[in-house]
Design a protein around this ligand. Structure first.
Ligand code: ADQ
Length: 486
């Protein structure tokens, strides 16, 4: 039996990406297909998404979707998986980023933009699409993050008939919750009963993520450790009560990586392709990376960082440890963008160490591949990390992760402690707490491991042999869907 799933999100590679959410939503249809799941992805019609559609067909129209005309375009994602695009020009056809204007301020009508997305999803699951005279049906709706989180709420409260389509919500990041004031509630076209403690009401306003968590049949997040962590106030960020209350319906399913995109043996963006059997070829990538970042060439340890420059990612601590990193013989190539203060502090620190620290501000997918292939270790000092993808890319490329022991970082990297070294299974370095001392000590430990080249090569081989493809996680989602439908 094929399970038909409508996956709803605000981004998906290759059409629109601001972070890891897009990687996961873009990969899910392919990850689920081998397990008998047919995934249709619903995305907002940002200009980049609409213009990427090849001969789009309008398959449904609303005169008023939460007050604005909209239509649904049909297309395909990479791999031929079905795609639906919510073309509502008043909401999505604008210059700027998906959530912010050109100056980086949140769009004031984000609540309406993404409520419309959730409402459209519920209408589609409720049978709005008619194909050759037949209503198109879905067995389940899978909503991602706050932007899609009203979909489960609309399904729960809508008068769509006796059989309600079950729903799953996935938390990719609890820090973003989509809150607006109470004046928004009457405009959502939800029944009055939805304004409740176990409904959409949250701190006197509308909590979109909260509404999804309270309404979906199951909640997933992207690692087992984060699923535990969000039961506490520190990680739950106000929603820990909902998580604890729904404890039996909360599941941690690790993200996978797309092994076709992240494979050093087939990666055309690299100076030299390699596998765990030809690690010596990495040297050419290291030379190329040094040249690209204006770093002194050398065989000493070359650290990399690829990230949003934010507090979540611990990037405020990085500038403080740069003197130490250089003092122990390290160099650093960093690619990132975000917080202006962090950027300024990084450049200040870099200016003290010409030839040792290279910084590139911006977003560059292809460069991120070359960095994983040329760097020796990737530094990820996140304060919280639901799963994290860059450590998985690092493992696949033999660029050993140096990570804070939290969330998915704790679940995917095996610390090179004496036991793991003796057992021959270590794949990186973990440290506790994000502080100058913890990070500096972890870097010192990494450099000591690096100086024993036989040990280091063993770690790289262990890392590259780890299987973090979607195989296991695709099955876990499929099993969850099947259980909910049954
Ligand atoms: N400057 C830059 N140039 C090029 N590429 C860049 C870049 N900055 C970041 N990236 C890329 O963006 C993605 C970031 O994904 P992460 O999972 O690490 O974090 P993010 O916080 O965005 O995702 C949230 O959702 C994902 C998905 O569930 C969770 O893994 C994660 O923990 C959670 O915080 C990676 O593909 C990375 O390579």
């Amino acid at each position: 039996m094929t399970i038909k799933v409508l996956s709803v999100a605000s981004e998906a590679v290759p059409l629109v990406k601001t972070g890891g959410l897009a990687d996961v939503v873009g990969a899910l249809p392919g990850a689920l297909a081998p397990h008998g799941v047919e995934t249709t992805t619903l995305l907002p019609g940002y200009p980049s998404v609409v213009s990427a559609l090849n001969r789009p067909r309008a398959v449904h129209a609303w005169d008023s979707l939460l007050g604005t005309p909209a239509r649904l375009l049909s297309g395909t994602l990479e791999g031929g998986h079905p795609l639906l695009v919510l073309d509502a020009p008043a909401l999505f056809a604008r210059e700027g980023a998906p959530y912010t204007d050109a100056a980086g301020r949140d769009w004031a009508d984000n609540w309406q933009r993404f409520a419309a997305l959730g409402r459209a999803a519920a209408d589609i699951a409720g049978g709005a699409l008619v194909k050759r005279g037949k209503q198109q049906s879905f067995d389940l709706v899978h909503a991602h993050d706050w932007q899609a989180a009203l979909a489960p709420a609309y399904l729960r409260y809508a008068p769509y008939g006796a059989t309600r389509t079950p729903s799953v919500i996935t938390i990719h990041n609890m820090a973003f919750q989509g809150w607006s004031g109470p004046e928004v509630f009457p405009q959502l076209s939800l029944p009055a009963e939805a304004w409740a403690l176990d409904g959409v009401e949250y701190h006197g306003g509308v909590g979109m993520l909260k509404a999804g968590l309270a309404s979906a049949n199951a909640i997933t997040t992207v690692s087992p450790t984060y699923a535990r962590e969000i039961r506490s106030a520190t990680f739950g960020m106000g929603l820990e009560g909902v998580i604890v209350e729904r404890g039996n319906s909360v599941h941690g399913i690790l993200n996978g990586i797309d092994a076709k995109v992240w494979d050093p043996a087939g990666d055309l963006s690299l100076a030299a392709r390699y596998s765990h059997r030809s690690l010596d070829k990495r040297r050419a990538n290291k030379r190329a990376l040094e040249a690209e970042f204006g770093l002194d060439a050398g065989d000493g340890p070359l650290f990399i960082v690829v990230t949003r420059l934010t507090w979540q990612k611990g990037m405020d601590v990085l500038p403080e440890v740069i003197d130490h990193l250089v003092g122990i013989g390290g160099r650093l190539a960093l690619l990132g963008s975000g917080d202006a203060t962090i950027e300024r502090d990084l450049f200040k620190a870099a200016a003290r160490h010409p030839g040792r620290i290279g910084i590139r501000v911006g977003y560059d997918e292809s460069l991120s591949h070359r960095m994983q292939a040329g760097g020796d270790a990737i530094i990820i000092p996140s304060r919280f990390e639901p799963c994290g993808l860059t450590q998985l890319y690092g493992l696949a490329y033999g660029c050993l992760p140096v990570v804070a022991r939290t969330g998915g970082l704790a679940d995917t990297v095996i610390d090179a402690n004496p036991a793991a070294l003796a057992a021959g299974c270590a794949t990186g370095v973990q440290f506790d707490g994000v502080s100058y001392h913890a990070l500096a000590a972890a870097l010192t430990r990494t450099v000591a491991l690096y100086s024993q080249q036989d040990v280091w090569v063993r770690l790289q081989k262990n890392a590259m042999k780890c299987d973090f493809s979607w195989k296991a996680s695709g099955r876990a989602y499929a099993d969850l869907y099947a259980a909910l439908i049954a």
